[in-house]
Design a binder for this molecule. Structure first.
Ligand code: FRU
Length: 808
């Protein structure tokens, strides 16, 4: 990723590109030319400046700077020093006066700055070059012109008007003028006026001279401005036609000398070129390393009526050309400016495009990076959510599992209570009737034996479960005839089948099927299958066992009953430990089917269930030994005969019919209980005092309506409806609502008490109960024993809740 440093570098690079845009002109004008101009009060000086600028403009790499001293010597010295300190490449000076300016020019030379002197001179020759016309010659030209225009032997009178005496042109022009006239005796300078180059210095002096001399033939003024001043004085005296005036400079343009000649104001003017263009040319040559002359003398010529037109034409043309050049240059300058600005614009645009591209790339890069980060965050988030969900699910499962386990152990505890109740009741019965013979207690001893077996089975189931959970079960496979093995177990249930009028059937398409099984385990499996079938099959139902060889080495054993069946959604649940699924309201540990499946799977077999008019369990087993290669085998089949199922050990008991005389005239009690042992035990205990009717729960309501008993004793866990439901139904029916109802249950917890009350029960009895059942029945019946008149059920229930725990 680009960091701030990299970004800063990019910006600097772009800025450099942009900043390079406006340096083009400066880079080309690398040379500085400083021009110290004496003054700019007249046209001649302006022309000099203009010529310099025009010439400098031809060289874009030269920068000309003009400083105007305004005829002030001190100022000019300061300006030159300024140029020296700025280290100009070439210095050009037009000195106001010779002597005072000389030292500062020497200083410039000493500083190594090439110095060009123009027009007026300085003292000595310590300068690089001089540019200007020869002023002595100018003076001579003027004198020669006068002489040549005079008639031979004609006396010619002259007045000379000089420039500023301390400037070299004035001195030299005078010198040349006098030199020529010295040879012509007829010429006579009648007066000399010391001017200062300006018209104002002429007026009064000339007027007084003319006043004294009357007139003169010629006036030679050192420049055209002073010549014009002389003409104005002459005209004021009407002498303008008689005095011929000659000036110097010969400037082109309005008020210039050429114009004055054309207008006959001046007789002639001596051309004195400014030398501006030549000075720049010399500077260029100097800086380009060319050799230049020290004295660069410019040509001069006398302009009078004879050549003024030619000169004017020439100047016109020159001027025209000059203007054209200037125009072209201005066009070029404009184009250069346009070009430069367009180039700059282009560079700026290129720079900006570059910047935009960079920012674009950067933005794209950032977008990708952000997307990537976002994706990572989303993935993390998803992970966290998944983990959280898993934890929640796990916690929920744990909670359910805990609840299920607690329920399981609670149910299991109660499951222990029923056989314990029966055992203790039987023992109590024996104890109370100690005068009887032991043979008279066959029912009680059978009951004790049967329920001890039941307890043992429950405990074994628990131990098996524990063993399965710890994975410590080892198979001891024995070669076994499957049909014989199952037949053995089947026989144990035959008596039960007769008692319940159940059609029990065993069939096999091959009675010689041999399997290798752990007989202990498979005995429990098949016994469990049958005992389940019996548990859920009503009287007159059917239970069938089918043994079939289904494949090369596969065997299937199917247990089908005509009971209440199992809902489809519970097909898997019924094999879970701790869960009692389906329509099962029968008491059981809830471990039987789980252990069954585990045992079958230890044999590499499988178990499945289907339900259609009852339930059908299919057990598939493999033949041969290959699938059990990890275990030790025994080929001995003899043990089968000795094997006895648990059922075989259980007491066989068929309730005996009680004598009719005992039950005549007695109060009627209806006992609703599906455990036949318990219902019989109750009946036995109450008979004599009461007429006892029994219902296994399936016909509870119809029996109650048919008999209209005096008391109803009802269990909770019943096959079709719970005891609470039956009680509620009876209590909401006008025909039975008056009948005192006792809930008989192993569940002694608070919740069940409340449930019983809500269902309308008058009381409940917790198992195990002892011998107060008959007394309780008495309390609930009309005709309470003397002294206990107020001891109605509802009264005792509300005032003395502990009585609810009465043990029979
Ligand atoms: C201009 C001027 C010219 C003259 C020259 C002499 O300032 O006065 O008229 O020829 O200077 O330096």
């Amino acid at each position: 990723m680009l960091d701030l440093n990299q970004l800063r570098k990019i910006f600097i690079a772009v800025l450099l590109i942009l900043s390079s845009c406006d340096t083009s002109e400066k880079q080309e004008q690398t040379y500085k030319i400083g021009f110290a101009q004496a003054m700019t009060t007249d046209n001649w000086r302006e022309e000099m400046n203009r010529a310099m600028k025009v010439e400098a403009s031809m060289h874009p790499d030269f920068n000309l700077q003009i400083k105007d001293a305004q005829n002030d010597v001190a100022k000019q010295i300061k300006q030159i020093e300024d140029f020296i300190s700025k280290e100009v490449d070439v210095l050009i000076v037009s000195p106001i006066q010779s002597v005072p300016i000389t030292p500062v020019i020497e200083k410039a030379m000493k500083a190594g700055i090439p110095t060009i002197v123009i027009d007026r001179k300085i003292e000595g020759s310590n300068y690089t070059a001089y540019v200007g016309a020869n002023n002595i010659e100018i003076g001579k030209n003027a004198a020669n012109y006068i002489v040549s225009n005079s008639k031979p032997n004609q006396e010619v009178e002259l007045i000379e008007i000089t420039g500023l005496q301390t400037s070299s042109p004035a001195f030299e022009r005078s010198q040349g003028f006098h030199e020529v006239l010295a040879y012509h005796e007829n010429t006579k300078i009648v007066a000399t006026i010391a001017g200062d180059w300006e018209k104002t210095s002429v007026g009064d002096n000339l007027k007084s001279i003319l006043d004294s001399v009357g007139s003169t033939d010629y006036i030679f003024a050192h420049n055209d401005r002073m010549a014009m001043g002389a003409w104005e004085i002459a005209r004021s005296k009407n002498l303008e036609d008689s005095i011929q005036i000659i000036g110097v400079d010969g400037l082109f343009g309005p008020n210039g000398g050429i114009q004055l000649v054309k207008e006959d104001i001046l007789t002639a003017t001596v051309l004195y070129p400014t030398g501006g263009a030549e000075a720049i040319k010399l500077a260029v040559q100097l800086l380009e390393g060319d050799q230049i002359d020290k004295n660069n003398i410019l040509n001069t010529v006398v302009i009078d009526e004879m050549n003024v037109d030619i000169m004017q034409n020439q100047f016109n043309k020159m001027n025209q050309q000059q203007n054209d050049i200037e125009q072209q240059q201005s066009v070029i300058r404009e184009q250069i400016t346009t070009y430069n600005s367009q180039t700059n614009l282009l560079k700026i645009m290129v720079g900006l495009i570059l910047l935009l591209l960079l920012l674009g790339f950067w933005a794209v890069y950032l977008v990708f990076k952000l997307k990537k980060r976002k994706r990572i965050l989303e993935l993390n988030n998803e992970k966290i959510i998944t983990q959280r969900n898993q934890i929640e699910k796990f916690a929920e499962q744990l909670k359910i599992s805990n609840e299920v386990k607690i329920n399981f152990f609670t149910a299991l505890s109660h499951e222990f209570k029923t056989p314990l109740t029966l055992i203790t009741s039987a023992i109590e019965s024996i104890a109370q009737n100690h005068h009887k013979q032991l043979k008279d207690f066959s029912y009680e001893t059978n009951l004790i034996s049967k329920n001890s077996g039941r307890l043992l089975r429950l405990i074994n189931e628990l131990l098996d479960f524990r063993k399965l959970e710890s994975g410590s079960f080892r198979l001891k496979p024995l070669k076994t005839n499957l049909y014989e093995f199952i037949k053995n177990i089947y026989q144990d249930f035959e008596t039960e089948a007769i008692r319940k009028s159940i059609d029990l059937d065993l069939a096999a398409n091959n009675k010689e099927i041999i399997v290798y099984i752990d007989r202990d385990m498979m005995d429990k499996v098949f016994f469990n299958m049958l005992s389940n079938a019996f548990k859920f099959t009503p009287k007159n139902g059917q239970i069938s066992i089918k043994i079939e060889k289904t494949g090369n080495n596969k065997v299937e054993v199917r247990f089908k009953d005509s009971g209440i069946g199992i809902p489809k959604e519970d097909f898997q649940k019924i094999f879970d430990p701790f869960r009692q699924a389906g329509n099962n309201t029968k008491p059981s540990s809830g471990l039987g089917l789980y252990i069954t499946r585990q045992f079958i799977e230890l044999h590499k077999g499988s178990i499945s269930v289907s339900s259609h008019q009852g339930a059908e369990f299919r057990i598939e087993l493999l033949q041969g030994k290959n699938h059990l290669s990890e275990y030790l085998f025994s080929e001995d089949t003899s043990e089968i005969e000795n094997e006895k199922s648990e059922m075989a050990l259980q007491p066989k008991f068929i309730p005996e019919e009680l004598p009719q005389s005992l039950i005549e005239n007695a109060e009627t009690i209806l006992i609703i209980e599906d455990n036949e042992d318990l219902s019989y035990l109750l009946k036995k205990r109450l008979l004599g005092d009461y007429q006892v009717k029994l219902s296994d729960g399936t016909d509870a309501i119809s029996k109650a309506l048919e008999i209209i008993p005096d008391i109803i004793i009802c269990d909770i866990n019943l096959p079709e409806k719970s005891g609470f439901e039956i009680c509620k139904e009876l209590k909401s029916d006008l025909r039975t609502s008056h009948i005192p109802t006792l809930i008989l249950t192993a569940l002694s917890d608070e919740e069940s008490r409340i449930k019983a009350l809500k269902a309308g029960a008058d009381s409940y009895i917790s198992k195990p109960f002892r011998g107060v059942l008959a007394q309780l029945c008495l309390l609930l019946l009309p005709g309470v024993p003397p002294g206990e008149e107020n001891f109605s059920f509802s009264f005792h229930w509300w005032l003395s809740p502990t009585l609810a725990d009465l043990q029979i």
